[in-house]
Design a protein around this ligand. Structure first.
Ligand SMILES: C[S@@+](CC[C@H](N)C(=O)[O-])C[C@H]1O[C@@H](n2cnc3c(N)ncnc32)[C@H](O)[C@@H]1O
Length: 210
């Protein structure tokens, strides 16, 4: 754990939920050992969408919609989140949770590999969230940046990878995350900051071309 566990517990204990369905989703994730972003990152996502007056979000690797629901709850009534997920059972569950939360009209689920679907999307988005398999992070990055509007934000989960990013002889997956972080930090038209919350979340703003 990157954050002191007692601090994590404290933060969780003082945090309110914008909708009770999120709690239900967390219980399911716990039961299945499913790696969703958790409530602290969820709150951050909510804050970013709310503060940025975001209307459109693209999420790659949505699972059963937990992180997507946090963002969707902060979207305006006419906002939309497009969720790409390659497991059809997760999508079915996700649709049910969005219905239960009363905001199914804000979500579009697309089934398949994000690497194949993203290049076919016709529009750009205010926010793009990347949470796919970590060994595909560097491969998908250029495609995600093409779909991010100037001034928009790319959010990526797990960029500190349980702290393994500081290892000198990392495994292949860790090496890919290290390379991904290097690209985020050195790409000329991106301004990136990494927040050491939970498993590390990066926030990258797409700058106007210089
Ligand atoms: C870490 S979980 C996502 C959790 C979700 N973002 C949340 O916090 O609620 C990663 C999900 O991405 C999906 N996934 C991984 N690689 C993918 C890809 N290339 N295309 C589409 N879905 C992918 C997996 O099936 C899994 O459900």
């Amino acid at each position: 754990m990157i954050v002191n566990p007692d601090i994590e517990t404290y933060l969780k204990n003082i945090s309110e939920y914008p909708h009770p369905v999120l709690k239900e989703m967390e219980e399911l994730a716990e039961e299945r050992s499913f790696p969703n972003v958790g409530p602290l990152v969820g709150r951050l996502l909510y804050a970013l969408v709310e503060f940025g007056h975001v209307h459109t979000v693209l999420e790659c690797g949505s699972g059963f919609g937990y992180s997507a629901l946090w963002m969707a709850l902060a979207l305006p009534e006419n906002g939309n989140i497009t969720c790409i997920e390659y497991d059809a059972r997760n999508i079915e569950l996700g649709k049910k949770f969005f219905e239960k939360a009363g905001i199914a009209h804000k979500v579009t689920f697309l089934e398949g590999d994000a690497l194949e679907i993203v290049p076919t999307l016709p529009q750009t988005f205010d926010v793009v969230m990347n949470d796919i398999d970590k060994d595909r992070y560097t491969k998908i990055l250029p495609e995600l940046l093409k779909k991010l509007r100037v001034g928009g934000m790319l959010i990526t989960d797990n960029v500190l990878w349980k702290g393994k990013v500081i290892e000198e002889n990392p495994d292949d997956r860790t090496r890919i995350i290290q390379e991904y972080n290097r690209q985020l930090m050195t790409e000329e038209n991106l301004w990136t900051t990494i927040i050491p919350l939970r498993d590390g979340v990066s926030l990258s703003i797409k700058l106007r071309g210089k």
